[in-house]
Design a protein around this ligand. Structure first.
Ligand code: KIV
Length: 270
């Protein structure tokens, strides 16, 4: 956690909902982007297990390890002064037992410098969440479409369209709040369900592909910056076209080298 007196804490995030202030969240995986996002005033920086896709080039988040998350969290922590830094607990880093969850979440704070951890799951992990909070580890929940369930879902389909699915997601939200989480990510669920959960809960909901009725929003930074342009999700809004700009820059640099245009003739280090 940051020693900065203005640093955002989990309880400050909860207070934002009480004041009706929207929460701005974004992922980061390295010190440079974490620093830029922090300087721009983002409230939460999540070191998402999405790093498996955008950093490591995997097809999904399943191969990501707790050591990967800690490595990237530690890098981000060197760039963050104010935002709450949240480490995402990857697949099978907390599901095997409460002890496993305590050890790995503890490492995210002690070795990674995170101020909180995020866990995907509902009612079935409520006891784990309760124990983490009891020992002093703030927890962000993550329900609805859970990417770590890709092999059960058979893809990344919207969840909660059918009424029994929607009721289960509501029970998940209430169980995670009851267990002591300070906020909860709602991913890829229908807008009406998002609005219902957001009004039932005292803790803030942070949405991704869940419509506008959340207390905050989160996106993968590579999507927001137009860097991961191999993906084209409807719910993403690109604020930059970095992939295009990087390709243009590299192609101009290559041309300049090949034509003798770089470096300048008059440049000399003698
Ligand atoms: O891994 C991730 O980046 C996430 C968010 C986008 C919510 O879980």
């Amino acid at each position: 956690m940051s020693s900065n007196k203005d640093a955002i804490t989990a309880s400050m995030i909860m207070a934002m909902k009480r004041r009706g202030e929207k929460i701005a969240a974004l992922t980061a995986y390295d010190a440079t982007f974490a620093r830029l996002e922090d300087e721009a005033g983002i409230d939460i920086i999540l070191v998402g297990d999405s790093l498996g896709m955008v950093i490591q080039g995997h097809a999904d988040t399943i191969p990501v390890t707790i050591d990967d998350v800690i490595y990237h969290t530690r890098a981000c922590s060197r760039g963050v002064k104010r935002a709450l830094l949240v480490a995402d607990m990857p697949f099978m880093s907390f599901q095997a037992s409460i002890e496993q969850a305590l050890v790995n979440a503890g490492r995210c704070l002690k070795e990674g410098g995170a101020g909180a951890v995020k866990l995907e799951g509902g009612e079935h992990i409520a006891e784990t969440v309760r124990r983490l909070v009891e020992v002093g580890i703030p927890v962000m929940g993550h329900i609805g479409m859970r990417p770590q369930m890709v092999n059960i879902y058979g893809g990344y389909r919207i969840q909660g369209r059918k009424s029994e699915q929607a009721e289960r997601i509501i029970r998940d939200a209430e169980a995670i709040q009851e267990a002591g989480a300070f906020s909860i990510v709602l991913e890829k669920i229908p807008r009406g369900l998002t609005a219902d959960i957001t009004s039932r809960l005292k803790i803030p909901t942070i949405g991704i592909a869940a419509g506008p009725d959340c207390d905050g929003q989160i996106l993968v930074n590579y999507d927001l910056f137009g860097l991961a342009d191999q993906f084209n999700f409807k719910f993403v809004r690109r604020y930059l076209e970095m992939a295009r700009d990087v390709r243009d820059a590299v192609s101009k640099w290559s041309e300049d080298i090949r034509s003798g245009g770089f470096p300048n003739d008059d440049e000399s280090f003698e």
